[in-house]
Design a protein around this ligand. Structure first.
Ligand code: COI
Length: 360
């Protein structure tokens, strides 16, 4: 780090009690510290600081409350059997954060500085990284617009924060297959919208559809393109892959889906294994035809929170499309084992994806 923006550190005097690491849910408890940095037009991003985890005070007229100008990221830290601390492709998250910033008119952060701040924060709260299989420390960097102003324009003030939470599986099913309803009424976004950015509004827009799906016994919805409701996009909490007659297909980055970091890692892994793979437009009609022909072999989602999540059933046009007898497919399991193995240091990392966090 150069000295120009050294990160101030204020340690807590009252450490919190840690949860039972063998019984963790997702995103409900938070570590002892957080990172915060402010922005003001004319001053830029300034005073990065690690401080005790605490509520923040904001003016009720802050732009974020009214117009949702906000972005976020999600990544994880893992503890290896030898006690090393690993991050998975963290530089990608901060690159994507700045891409989301572009879309939401938020000033870029210094990617090197925030990565350095993240490493220091993880090191300080390292006792919170769980060591039980299937667990990790979920890291949530985010930015909110804080200018007190009710006019619709880009804020002149922001807060960047990083908070962290020890987590288990994202879905209540754990790594067992999830059931997903194909969304036929609502749309998440359209090309030219904010679908490629990681911004709160995309997730707010998904809640109604998810609530309806939950009532019918489905965990999530699979979004189709907003225009024709024909082509498959993503699940919202994860990107989606189909194995059809030996080939793995995932929707291309069409301008309305999120460019998942797990998605691109899985594509690289499959290519490395010489598994036929393509990123292209894929319709629900095609998936249904493959199912009817007995060629729909596996379906799985990918995401930081979801990791690799096998899909056991899709519900579409009133019909249940059961995949691989509702069981985890062989390839989905191999991908899960390899990816989590690289992440937690039990499988060799030929791609240089992991970064070790050490004392500064
Ligand atoms: C992640 O996978 O990190 C996400 O941000 C998805 C979120 C819905 C938990």
């Amino acid at each position: 780090m150069d000295g120009k923006k050294a990160i101030e550190i204020e340690l807590t005097t009252t450490k919190k009690e840690k949860p039972d690491f063998s019984n963790l849910s997702f995103g409900k408890v938070f570590t002892d510290h957080m990172l915060m940095m402010d922005y003001k037009d004319g001053e830029g991003w300034h005073t990065p600081k690690i401080l005790p985890y605490q509520p923040i005070s904001l003016d009720p007229s802050s732009v974020v409350f009214h117009y949702g100008q906000t972005v976020f990221e999600g990544l994880k830290a893992y503890r290896t059997k030898e006690g090393k601390i690993l991050l998975f492709r963290p530089e990608r998250n901060f690159r994507r954060l700045n891409q989301s910033n572009d879309r939401l008119c938020i000033p870029h952060v210094d990617e090197e500085l925030v990565l350095e701040g993240l490493k220091q924060l993880v090191w300080i709260d390292r006792e919170w990284i769980p060591d039980v299989e299937g667990t990790s420390l979920y890291i949530r960097p985010f930015i909110i617009s804080t200018q007190p102003y009710l006019g619709v324009s880009a804020s002149t003030q922001y807060k960047f924060m990083i908070i962290m939470s020890p987590v288990g599986a994202y879905y209540k099913e754990g790594i067992a297959p999830v059931k997903i309803a194909v969304e036929e009424e609502f749309a998440r976004t359209v090309k030219g919208g904010t679908g490629t950015a990681k911004t709160g509004g995309n997730y707010a827009a998904s809640l109604k559809a998810q609530e309806v799906a939950n009532e019918k016994g489905y965990s999530q919805v699979l979004w189709l393109d907003g225009k024709e409701k024909k082509y498959i996009e993503e699940v919202g909490s994860m990107n989606i892959f189909f194995k059809i007659n030996g080939e793995v297909v995932t929707p291309e980055l069409s301008g309305s889906i999120l460019e998942g970091i797990t998605r691109s890692s899985i594509l690289e892994l499959l290519k490395h294994w010489n598994v036929p793979v393509s990123e292209r437009r894929i319709s629900m009609d095609e998936v249904y035809a493959a199912y009817k022909d007995g060629q729909l072999e596996e379906v799985f989602g990918t995401g930081t929170a979801a990791v690799i999540s096998p899909v056991g059933e899709l519900f579409w046009h009133g019909e249940k499309i059961v995949i691989n007898n509702g069981e985890t497919g062989k390839l989905s399991q191999q991908l899960y084992d390899t990816l989590t193995g690289i992440q937690n240091g039990t499988v060799e990392d030929p791609f240089n994806w992991v970064t070790e966090v050490k004392e500064n």
